[in-house]
Design a protein around this ligand. Structure first.
Ligand code: GTP
Ligand code: MG
Length: 438
């Protein structure tokens, strides 16, 4: 057979043949093995509660899981939205559940009502999982998966319409997490108002393109109930851990002067529907949707951002190795370019500094020449002055000598007269004049 024929043959996968078994083999126990393995391993489920401070988040969580989670009340003065995750180990029959409840503390409370911290938290959990997946030695088996499986979005029972904060936040979250909107404190709104409010909310969500979680209808076993429940969204819930005696039974309820609101009475609120849909029917679907839809989207964007592709421009499959090599080459040439750029920058800087220094040197030289010239001028002037002074001094000396000489001459010409006069005087003193010529 020619090489091309061989290649062609190896590319075509043969259809698997159906065979019947002669007797019981035992692989029909695979589902049981799977269940047993999952039960041993335990499950994790992470709920994100988003809603304004005091809307009833903690009360509803306590009511849903029929326990008391330790929670502290949020202050209305938080500077910004802060995510507070708390993990609990729960057990029901032989099933272990690692439950994480994440509170968006301060949401809807401040002027700065940014939903960014919530988005960042969800992304951070995806990133942690991705990093674990990319490790050479992965330990996904005992990895504590903190990815958010569901976001319970608590809507304030205003009876009006959704706040723009709610729409913006849900829009930002809908591609990252399964959102189940719920109307909180539904006992504070009348039945007819609640009905209109639900219709309005769903209309607004649709017109704003917000994708909320739809209970799946592809599994026959739950298709019917899920389809019915999808029509009941958003669930209007009441939370309470208080027990009130109704008839001869103790039930969880909220007691008012005018009557009792029973949490688990379907005529009073949708709490039972929520518990049914969230925990008893669709918990696994929420986990699966998180992995196959939301995490997959995050992973794809992240890997593409990092330069990984499944195929090149001609739709040829790209192996991880090829992508890595291509990316490495790209990175090295980028590094080289940056290095060259920096070297050029350095050379330019040195040249600039050299020019500046030369200019400074020239300026200094000019200054020096100027000062030298001033100094010589001054010296010349001083020299001139000195000469003038010397001339004046010698002229003065000459005149002085002349003056003294003329005085001496005058004195000698008058001497005989004086001698006569002196002789006439009785005294015998005489005067001697001496002239010293300098
Ligand atoms: P923070 O964590 O501080 O933001 O509050 P929260 O949203 O957890 O609210 P929490 O559960 O602490 O409830 C606040 C108040 O609302 C408490 O007084 C609850 O009793 C009350 N409350 C909770 N659920 C309901 C409800 O369904 N209806 C009514 N009327 N009140 C409720
Ligand atoms: Mg709380």
């Amino acid at each position: 057979m020619a090489a091309t024929d061989l290649e062609r043959c190896s590319n075509v996968e043969p259809e698997p043949r159906s065979l019947s078994l002669g007797g019981h083999v035992g692989f029909d126990s695979l589902p049981d093995q799977l269940v047993s393995k999952s039960v041993t391993q335990g499950f994790s489920f992470n709920i994100l509660c988003v809603g304004e401070t005091g809307i009833g988040k903690s009360t509803l969580m306590n009511t849903l899981f029929n326990t008391t989670f330790e929670t502290e009340e949020a202050s209305h003065h938080e500077a910004s939205v802060r995510l507070r995750p708390q993990t609990y180990d729960l057990q029901e029959s032989n099933v272990q559940l690692k439950l994480t409840i994440v509170d968006a503390v301060g949401f809807g409370d401040q002027i700065n009502k940014d939903e960014r911290p919530i988005v960042d938290y969800i992304d951070a959990q995806f990133e942690n999982y991705l990093q674990e997946e990319l490790k050479i030695r992965r330990s996904l088996f005992d990895y504590h998966d903190t990815r958010v499986h569901v976001c319970l979005y608590f809507i304030t029972p205003t009876g009006h319409s959704l706040k723009s904060l709610d729409l913006v936040t849900m829009k930002k979250l809908d591609s990252k997490v399964n959102i189940i909107p719920i109307i909180a404190k539904a006992d504070t709104i009348s039945k007819s108002e609640l009905h209109k409010f639900k219709i309005k909310i769903m209309g607004e969500l649709v017109s704003n393109g917000v994708q909320i979680y739809q209970f799946p209808t592809d599994d026959e076993a739950v298709a019917e109930i899920n389809a019915v429940m999808n029509a009941h969204l958003p669930f209007a819930v009441v939370g309470s851990t208080e027990e009130v005696k109704v008839g001869n039974k103790l039930v969880r309820a909220r007691q008012y002067p005018w009557g009792v609101v029973q949490v688990e009475n379907e005529n009073h609120c949708d709490f039972v529907k929520l518990r049914e849909m969230l925990i008893r029917v669709n918990m696994e679907d929420l986990r699966e949707q998180t992995h196959t839809r939301h995490y997959e989207l995050y992973r794809r964007c992240k890997l593409e951002e990092m330069g990984f592709q499944d195929s090149d421009g001609d739709s040829q499959p790209f192996s991880l190795q090829e992508t890595y090599e291509a990316k490495r080459k790209e990175f090295l040439s980028e590094l080289q370019r940056k290095e060259e750029e920096m070297r050029q920058m350095f050379v330019n800087k040195v040249k600039e500094t050299e020019l500046e220094l030369k200019e400074k040197e020239r300026e200094l030289h000019e200054k020096f020449e100027h000062l030298k010239w001033i100094h010589q001028e001054e010296k010349r002037k001083v020299e001139e002055k000195r000469r003038e002074l010397e001339e004046e001094t010698s002229a003065f000396s000459r005149r002085k000598v002349e003056a003294l000489q003329s005085q001496a001459l005058q004195a000698t010409s008058q001497q005989p007269l004086r001698k006569d006069k002196d002789k006439k005087k009785a005294s015998g003193w005489s005067s001697i004049y001496s002239v010293t010529i300098p």
